[in-house]
Design a protein around this ligand. Structure first.
Ligand SMILES: [Fe+2]
Ligand SMILES: [Zn+2]
Length: 473
């Protein structure tokens, strides 16, 4: 328990108001935060002391459409000081007014759950608090300010607790309607891109800002092409490791997309593949897919890669076919991979609706993979309405004007968010030539974490998009 003496701000009555001034620091710039990421800076050939130069360079050169919405949580908080705070009459809430006129309310029980004292929270950020010891009927008994921290005494039927909550933590975690909306808007993906962004292998491989740029391209547009990747068999893994560890799947750690005699996946033939996501039958399908083009002879006819932002499709579908959209949210499809005649026999069946909403009714996941669907297994009255909605969604996907087409060249490596971008390819004839892509996956949370870390350390601290990790933020 911590209860240091500093500026004494004891409340003699419920309406006590205290004026004071304190600068708010960004949590991301704290020394603790930096030290916790030092290992990553070493691993990505970045010197710690380059941070400030790179940040200012990046902010000066990268302006984004949604900058306004997240600046509310960063720059304004950085500059603002606290003007006053008011404990409610019954001690159940605390209202804090900042000098920039933003005013936020916090519940006593919320503050108690977020106590930062050493008995409630480990220095590594993990909570030590026993949640069964906190009651909703916990009251603010006393408050005083010490530096950038608010010292609080709570009372409930178990007794008193002396704790502390940093002011910058409070400002970064406000939960009034406007704050929640702004945060959700900042984390929401934008419109689909009309051209696949690209970046050179040299840039990604040799600079932190290069990797930041790649992460942001994938984060904003859903995909990117890395140009000039050396034609080495496992180069794809080396590039993946810049973002995070490779996720092994039922197809192995890496996989080769090339024509084989008895393909365990249609991808390993020359057939056309309709737009789909990979491994949707997993509880959590892989996040990023990387495909490195090692061979694509000029004699090969066809074999173009195609991509489509399925979140945008679902958003549009909701507007054009609201009733059918509802069916795709309510009735579960069957996704499956049941294949015993392979080295590693597989039997996975997973039932879930094509579209998943959060408690605000916003789309947080879309699952679309016709090649990996099993028999529908739902109530009789749902069968026809499901197939009506399903067929219309399939037509909407097929007729989309936002389709991105690209014939990969040897040395190009496409990275895309498998949970956001549908992918497929046109059929092809080899005509004696070869088409060989080497692929691997990265878990969606690893990607999102890497993006947020790089945004915070080297970029403009924008929120990573929630797209594809089913986050409700
Ligand atoms: Fe695929
Ligand atoms: Zn505590």
């Amino acid at each position: 328990m911590i209860m240091r003496r500093a500026t004494s701000l004891c409340f003699q009555n419920a309406a006590a108001r205290i004026l004071f001034h304190k600068r708010i620091l960004l949590p991301c710039l704290s020394s603790k935060f930096f030290s916790s990421f030092q290992y990553q800076q070493k691993s990505t050939h970045t010197l710690h002391n380059k941070y400030f130069k790179m940040t200012s360079f990046y902010i000066a050169t990268q302006l984004t459409a949604n900058k306004k919405s997240y600046s509310h949580f960063t720059k304004s908080a950085e500059k603002s000081k606290i003007k006053d705070f008011i404990k409610s009459f019954n001690g159940k809430t605390l209202s804090i007014k900042w000098e920039d006129e933003f005013q936020y309310e916090f519940h006593s029980v919320w503050l108690r759950h977020n106590c930062h004292c050493e008995s409630c929270r480990h220095p590594n950020g993990q909570r030590l608090l026993d949640p069964s010891s906190v009651q909703t009927s916990t009251y603010l008994a006393n408050l005083n300010l010490e530096g950038d921290n608010l010292n609080i005494i709570w009372t409930n039927s178990f007794g008193q607790h002396h704790g502390v909550v940093p002011l910058n933590f409070l400002r970064s975690h406000t939960y009034d309607k406007t704050s929640l909306l702004a945060r959700r808007q900042a984390a929401k993906n934008g419109y689909p891109c009309s051209k696949i962004p690209n970046i050179s292998f040299l840039e990604v491989n040799s600079s932190t800002l290069g990797l930041l740029k790649l992460l942001q391209q994938i984060n904003e547009d859903g995909l990117s092409i890395i140009e000039g990747v050396p034609l080495e068999d496992l180069k794809v893994v080396e590039i993946a490791n810049l973002i995070g560890p490779v996720e092994a799947t039922i197809y192995g750690t890496t996989f080769d997309v090339e024509v084989t005699k008895e393909p365990i996946n249609v991808a390993y033939s020359n057939l056309e593949i309709d737009l789909h996501q990979d491994l949707v039958y997993y509880e959590s399908p892989p996040g990023l897919q990387l495909l490195h083009c090692l061979k694509f002879d000029s004699s090969v006819q066809g074999g173009e890669s195609i991509f489509l932002d399925v979140f945008h499709i679902a958003d549009q579908f909701r507007l054009t076919h609201p009733d059918l959209f509802k069916v795709l949210v309510e009735v579960p499809a069957t996704f499956q991979k049941v294949h015993y005649n392979r080295d590693y026999p597989v039997h996975i069946v997973n039932q879930k609706p094509h579209i998943k909403l959060n408690h605000y009714g916003e789309i947080v996941a879309v699952y679309w993979a016709p090649p990996f669907e099993g028999p529908l297994s739902v109530a009789e009255e749902d069968v026809e309405r499901y197939y009506t909605a399903y067929e219309m969604f399939a037509k909407t996907v097929k007729s989309s004007l936002n389709l991105l087409r690209h014939r990969l060249q040897p040395g190009q490596l496409v990275v895309f968010n498998n949970q956001r971008m549908l992918h497929g390819r046109t059929g092809f004839q080899t005509n004696g030539g070869l088409r060989h892509l080497k692929g691997c996956y990265i878990n969606i949370d690893v990607f999102k974490s890497r993006t947020q870390v790089y945004n915070n350390l080297y970029g403009d601290k924008r929120l990573a998009k929630r797209v594809g990790n089913q986050c409700w933020f």
